[in-house]
Design a protein around this ligand. Structure first.
Ligand SMILES: CC(C)(COP(=O)(O)OP(=O)(O)OC[C@H]1O[C@@H](n2cnc3c(N)ncnc32)[C@H](O)[C@@H]1OP(=O)(O)O)[C@@H](O)C(=O)NCCC(=O)NCCS
Length: 183
């Protein structure tokens, strides 16, 4: 069955469409998580088989207020290129945490992470009535830090030696964005 763009759209940005992840997306996720360059500044845990990733993915709880995971699709060619996740939201506090990554490296530098973040933050503030969105980023992850700063996130703290990679400890910035600050 061919679906229209409207049916497939959950949240539309200028360059990306955010949509729920399908079980068939597990292979792409597994591939991204196996790429050391993509995972350079991300927590990767223990490697899992593709079969285990598929199984975990199919057992994932449905999207809900506390945990919204969307695939990032490039509007130009409808390719699934990464994901964005808004999690830990509580109606009592109106605070949630955001994660993003673009796993298809050939799509880096095309403004997709910026648009995916902006679109997801707008969704959080406007649809979910959030007051604040936070994130953490390794201080050396210059491109990610640049994207977040461009969107209006500000550094609120520096977590010393909380990320270990290649035998070295790295600091992380805690960053935050209040409603009304999104650029
Ligand atoms: C970081 C990441 C999300 C950026 O995605 P992207 O789609 O390439 O981002 P965009 O194209 O929207 O923007 C990248 C920006 O970083 C800038 N940039 C690239 N390398 C940079 C560097 N070394 N220092 C400073 N800025 C840099 C680009 O110039 C661009 O800014 P501009 O639009 O103002 O010119 C992507 O590279 C990624 O997923 N990396 C692996 C996973 C990861 O690190 N995720 C973040 C975890 S906190």
């Amino acid at each position: 069955m061919t679906r229209t763009n409207e049916e497939r759209t959950v949240v539309l940005g200028e360059r990306v469409r955010l949509r729920p992840m399908e079980p068939s997306d597990a292979e792409a996720l597994w591939r991204w998580n196996s790429d050391p360059e993509v995972m350079r500044w991300m927590s990767d845990g223990y490697r899992q088989t593709l079969a285990r990733t598929v199984e975990r993915f199919s057992q994932r709880e449905p999207n809900r207020y506390e945990d919204v995971l969307y695939g990032v699709e490039c509007l130009d060619d409808e390719m699934l290129v990464g994901l964005v996740r808004l999690h830990g939201a509580e109606p009592e506090t109106g605070i949630a945490e955001i994660d993003v990554y673009i796993g298809e490296k050939q799509y880096w530098g095309r403004g997709l992470a910026t648009d995916a973040m902006r679109t997801m933050c707008r969704y959080g503030f406007e649809q979910m009535r959030l007051h604040k969105i936070t994130l953490t980023v390794v201080t050396e992850n210059r491109s990610a830090h640049h994207v977040y700063s461009k969107l209006g996130f500000v550094e609120e703290g520096r977590l010393r030696q909380v990320f270990r990679r290649d035998g070295r400890w790295h600091d992380m910035y805690l960053m935050g964005l209040l409603e009304g600050e999104l650029r």
